[in-house]
Design a protein. Structure first.
Length: 415
């Protein structure tokens, strides 16, 4: 029992000693000292301000429609007897689509043919009669002349001479009528032939045929429907070629011309070449936009699809340009960071059109200036930098970010 009490006292004493040593060490520790380290110089990728001849282009979105779309009507009235096509069916030029009951029109043709035959027979009869009347008139004229000679010698009575003269006058009148009938025979034949052609056209119009090869888009009539010329019958579309309908501003319209070839990019499908076939020079007074139609092959496309046309803008010769990523577009103005003597200088610039990957600069820079070409929003005026070599090609080098990362600093370049 006595040994346990002595061990406890020694353990407690040891604990107090340890606590005292800890307190002494905490109170006697040296005060911390700040170590000043210079921040690493930022490595940035740069580009040379240069002059280029640019041909800007703009993409305008529109929608596709068939090059030809027709709503067909019957030209005569009647009742539908046959429906020969359905929507979605491909037809050739001249193929019948619908037919009307044609009994009345066939009768009209038969009547016109009969009248024409009658007229031809009557003309032939009048020609033969004219020959007979001319012969009789000549004989009667000689008879009148003979009676007049006998009358002068008192060998013929005046009554007989007058009767012969009256007969001559009748023959002359009949001859004139026949001459008129024969002279106008061609005109009467033309009238009868015109009636026959009209009747045949009416009969032909009881059949509605496709005016060109295409696809049936809709059929509006059923068998038994009574139609008149104002009723739509069939909608026909030609999908061999499609038209892209666009609306552009005046700048784009001024750069376009008729028959110009442009690239069209459907939202689904490969790009293809189209031709400008319509260009509205006077803009719509409500929207102040110009309507443009571009025709392109329809294979693989459907009407109603959206597509983009790559249209040229006015050329920009000898334009001063920087990479688009070199510009800081701010609310209070646009800036670039120019590198001079290892430091950044924020320069306000006046911008012109943008033509990826270039931004045209009108004022603020000169050809040959070195500017930061990427991540300019993270930079500040007067900041020390170490520029990477300026790009000499179409834009800043793509491997620059990796090179800058090796130095443990943030890099800038064109994405």
């Amino acid at each position: 029992m006595h040994n346990k009490t002595v061990s406890f006292k020694y353990a407690l004493l040891l604990l107090l000693v340890v606590i005292a040593l800890v307190i002494v060490l905490i109170r006697t520790r040296p005060a911390p000292q700040a170590v000043l380290q210079e921040p690493p110089v930022l490595r940035v990728e740069t580009a040379v301000v240069r002059r280029l001849d640019l041909q800007p282009r703009t993409e305008v979105t529109g929608y596709l429609r068939p090059a030809r779309k027709s709503t067909l009507h019957f030209e005569v009235g009647g009742r539908v007897s046959e429906r020969l096509v359905e929507a979605g069916q491909t037809v050739t030029a001249g193929q019948p689509l619908l037919r009307l009951e044609d009994g009345d029109y066939r009768d009209a043709v038969a009547a016109a043919e009969a009248r024409l035959e009658q007229e031809r027979a009557a003309i032939e009869r009048d020609r033969r009669l004219l020959a007979f009347v001319q012969r009789n008139r000549e004989l009667q004229a000689r008879e009148v002349e003979r009676l007049q000679q006998l009358g002068a010698e008192s060998l013929a009575s005046p009554a007989k001479r007058d009767e012969a003269l009256q007969r001559l006058l009748q023959l002359q009148a009949e001859e004139e009528k026949l001459r008129f009938s024969v002279a106008t025979a061609a005109a009467r034949l033309q009238l009868q032939e015109a009636d026959l052609r009209r009747a045949r056209r009416g009969l032909a119009r009881t059949r509605l045929a496709a005016p060109y090869a295409g696809m049936i888009n809709a059929v509006f009539l059923e068998v038994g429907d009574h139609v008149d010329p104002a009723s739509p019958a069939v909608e026909l579309v030609d999908l061999e070629q499609l038209d892209l309908y666009l609306e552009v501003n005046g700048t784009v319209a001024a750069a376009l011309r008729m028959a110009q070839r442009v690239t069209v990019r459907p939202l689904q499908g490969e790009p293809r070449e189209g031709v400008v076939i319509a260009l509205q020079r006077d803009p719509d007074p409500r929207t102040f936009s110009h309507a443009v139609r571009v025709r392109l092959p329809g294979m693989g496309l459907m009407p109603g699809q959206a597509a983009r046309a790559l249209l040229p803008l006015p050329p920009l010769p000898d334009a001063l340009v920087v990479p688009v990523s070199a510009v800081w577009y701010g609310e209070r103005g646009d800036f670039v960071f120019k590198v001079e003597a290892g430091r950044l200088q924020r320069v306000a610039v006046e911008l012109g059109p943008r033509h990826d990957p270039w931004q045209v600069v009108r004022k603020g820079l000169d050809a040959g200036d070195i500017v930061v070409s990427r991540d300019v929003a993270l930079l500040s005026d007067g900041q020390p930098v170490r520029p990477l070599p300026a790009a000499s090609g179409e834009g800043p080098g793509r491997d620059a970010p990796a090179a800058a990362a090796d130095g443990g600093a943030m890099a800038a370049g064109v994405r």
